[in-house]
Design a protein. Structure first.
Ligand code: AHG
Ligand code: MN
Ligand code: MN
Ligand code: MN
Length: 335
């Protein structure tokens, strides 16, 4: 068998360093730390059925969710890797109520970047052997010096310098952007090396897959209900195919490669939906746009929303450009 590509993620990051707006090597080291932690998490996810890593830990996180052992493990791994390498001055995570401020060894706060992370996405899928993921979003700090501030994290998504995800699936992939297109790397598990397998990913302009938790249908806004009915109509190239894994990373990844739309709308008990703007929606929106797709809250571009708190939620509509436009039209018409 021949390898599809021989360029490794490590080589690719160094090659592309010159494209970064601020090419100090720091962002490369940061991406290297994420790459390393993802391999450790991948090992645990792979062994999940064999070792005592499945199940709840007995704590609730700030979102009111039951934390899983792997949520905590992945959180510790990513935070540990980023701290040790002194590549960020702050980290915010789904699993931590407050952001963490990081000092370098000389007691200064020299690093320029902050990371926001969903360490384990789709954690309710772990014990049934369904894909899970990690999502990350990277900004340059805006405060001049000293410890990071909340404002460094509450920047609109259009200020992201990099974003990506890892999908721990039938094969493990890391997909990321630094604002110059989207590239995907597949892990060779024997060598522990990510290889460039999906260069310059483009999402089809239109698609035939819709991904939404239809169990909540009756609670959805009228515009979303109308759109779902539209997807099911026997007309033109419809009905579309319904595919919903319940793990944002996996649903997004499939739609990115095949064309489609992912919807997590607001519903009666959750006026802002479920997904978190800063470490779920913004990074996915950045990737979608960089691949030629788009992302919206139903009315407004996700990347233009101004966050006001770390764990805030937003309705999320993301994927092929024409499909997102269609949802926005249905939302507007139903107002
Ligand atoms: P997380 O596991 O990081 O808390 O994220 C869960 C999210 C997301 O992955 C998924 O798309 C969504 O929750 C599924 O929610 P429903 O079960 O309500 O459809
Ligand atoms: Mn969670
Ligand atoms: Mn998640
Ligand atoms: Mn999570």
């Amino acid at each position: 068998m021949k390898l599809k590509s021989s360029q490794t993620l490590g080589e690719f990051i160094i090659d592309k360093q010159a494209d970064f707006k601020y090419s100090s090597g720091e962002l490369s080291r940061l991406l290297g730390a994420i790459r390393l932690a993802s391999k450790v998490v991948n090992q645990q996810v792979n062994k999940a059925g064999l070792v005592d890593i499945i199940g709840a830990i007995g704590n609730q996180n700030i979102q009111g969710e039951e934390q899983q052992k792997l949520d905590v493990f992945a959180n510790d791994m990513f935070i540990g890797a980023l701290k040790n390498r002194e590549v960020v001055c702050g980290i915010a995570s789904e699993e931590n109520e407050d952001f963490i401020s990081i000092k370098s060894k000389d007691d200064a706060h020299n690093s320029k970047y902050v990371v926001l992370i969903d360490p384990l996405d789709g954690s309710s899928n772990i014990d049934v052997n369904v894909n899970v993921g990690t999502i990350f979003s990277i900004y340059r700090r805006i405060s001049e010096d000293g410890p990071v501030t909340l404002e460094d994290f509450l920047q609109p998504g259009n200020k992201q310098v990099a974003a990506g995800y890892i999908v721990y699936g039938s094969s493990t992939m890391l997909v990321y952007t630094t604002g110059n297109g989207v590239n995907g790397f597949t892990l060779d598990p024997a060598l522990g090396v990510f290889y460039l397998s999906h260069p310059n990913i483009k999402i089809p302009e239109d698609g035939k897959i819709y991904s939404v938790n239809e169990g909540n249908y009756l609670k959805f806004p009228q515009g979303i209900k109308n759109y779902i009915k539209y997807c099911q109509e026997e007309k033109e190239n419809r009905p579309y195919t319904s595919r919903y894994i319940g793990s944002l990373v996996s649903d997004f990844h499939r739609n990115l490669l095949k064309g489609g739309i992912y919807i997590y709308p607001s519903y009666s008990q959750a006026p802002k939906g479920k997904l978190r703007l800063l470490y779920e929606c913004n990074p996915m929106a950045f990737l979608a746009e960089q691949a030629g797709g788009s992302a919206s809250d139903g009315f407004t571009r996700i990347l233009d929303l101004n966050p006001v708190e770390l764990h805030e939620r937003t309705p999320f509509v993301c994927g092929s450009k024409k499909m997102v436009e269609k949802v926005e039209k249905f939302m507007k018409d139903a107002q």
